[in-house]
Design a protein around this ligand. Structure first.
Ligand code: NAI
Length: 303
């Protein structure tokens, strides 16, 4: 039903352009959503390989929608025609809204926001899909803090219904309303968070995942029993360790660090086992190995 909703909105003629930066798990899904919703989309990644994988992934996802009868073949061609991939950031200069979904590092994101501030149209909105980094601090790298906002999609963006909108200290009401309307055009339900570490969802979710790592680390139970316990005992669709692999252990670790630094409480100390897995390159599904192994010959672990 969700895809039927967005198909209807795709009928509206629009010339608005959305720029998406980062063609990984999240950025590719956001670009797909925006193109299906009828926007012209520029997807940028500094790694051409990531752009190729994103383009293949989006094409495959659209084909699956066709095979399920949720999208027509001509609509797929339209969506793909609206979506352009580029390794040149300059191509995003005509975008009305730019949504950033690059690596979860404050320094790298700040550098990007400062570059975007120089190249984007004066009235363009700069949004970040960050899981945990302060929107106020990202905004401080620009000369337009009232036009900077958090637009936090859940993984995978085309499927998950929620978008958490995060207001920085200076985000204007007008920008908030525009991003709320955009998320609704994507077919999403929105919640609004003030700009505090972890926002709403990760403030609650990540300490639970971290605690599951502590339970595994202290030998309380096997990974399977921890996950089964939380699935059947609390009616969660995925166990916390399985979910951590799905999100990416590097992302989970960086969010725990943000909670620990930002809230100053030792209860947010990242579990040593989580740190060790990340050090070993066991980043979860995206690497074929995390808490669980997903393929016979996992991709070479990167430091
Ligand atoms: P990912 O590692 O799959 O993709 C990140 C992409 O950004 C890579 O393709 C990389 O080449 C590219 N990149 C890195 N630095 C860049 C730069 N300076 N310029 C252009 N491209 C650059 O990461 P993922 O999982 O898609 O996460 C992206 C963002 O979304 C992070 O901020 C993360 O916290 C957030 N997020 C992640 C969720 C998840 O479940 N993985 C859920 C919600 C938000």
């Amino acid at each position: 039903a969700f895809y039927l909703d967005v198909r209807q909105s795709a009928m509206a003629v629009t010339r608005e352009t959305i720029g998406v930066i980062g063609g990984g798990q999240m950025g590719s899904g956001i670009a797909q959503l925006a193109a299906v919703a009828g926007f012209d989309v520029w997807l940028h990644d500094s790694d051409p390989g990531a752009l190729r994988r994103a383009s293949e992934g989006i094409t495959a996802a659209l084909r699956r929608l066709v095979s399920k009868g949720q999208l027509s073949q001509p609509a797929v061609s339209d969506v793909l025609n609206r979506l352009r991939c580029t390794s040149n950031l300059e191509d995003l200069k005509h975008s009305d809204v730019i949504i950033e979904a690059i690596v979860e590092s404050e320094d790298v994101k700040k550098k990007l926001f400062s570059e975007l501030d120089k190249l984007a149209k004066p009235n363009a909105i700069l949004a970040s899909n960050t899981s945990s980094i302060s929107i106020t601090r990202l905004a401080s790298a620009t000369s337009r803090p009232s036009q900077v906002i958090g637009m936090h999609f859940m993984n995978p963006p085309p499927v998950m219904k929620l978008v958490e909108i995060v207001r920085g200290a200076d985000t204007s009401d007008e920008v908030f309303s525009k991003i709320k309307a955009l998320a609704e055009r994507f077919g999403k339900i929105i919640i609004c968070s003030q700009d505090f570490p972890g926002f709403i969802v990760n403030r609650i979710l990540m300490p639970m995942i971290n605690e599951a790592f502590y339970a595994l680390y202290s030998g309380v139970a096997t990974k399977e029993d921890i996950d089964t316990g939380m699935k059947l005992g609390t009616n969660h669709p995925m166990g916390p360790l399985e979910l951590a692999d799905f999100i990416g252990l590097d992302i989970c670790l960086s969010i725990m660090k943000v909670l620990h630094q930002g809230l100053g409480d030792s209860k947010y100390n990242p579990c040593p086992l989580l740190i060790q897995y990340v050090d070993a390159g066991r980043l979860g599904r995206k690497r074929g190995i995390g808490v669980y192994v997903y393929q016979k010959e996992p991709a070479k672990a990167k430091p």
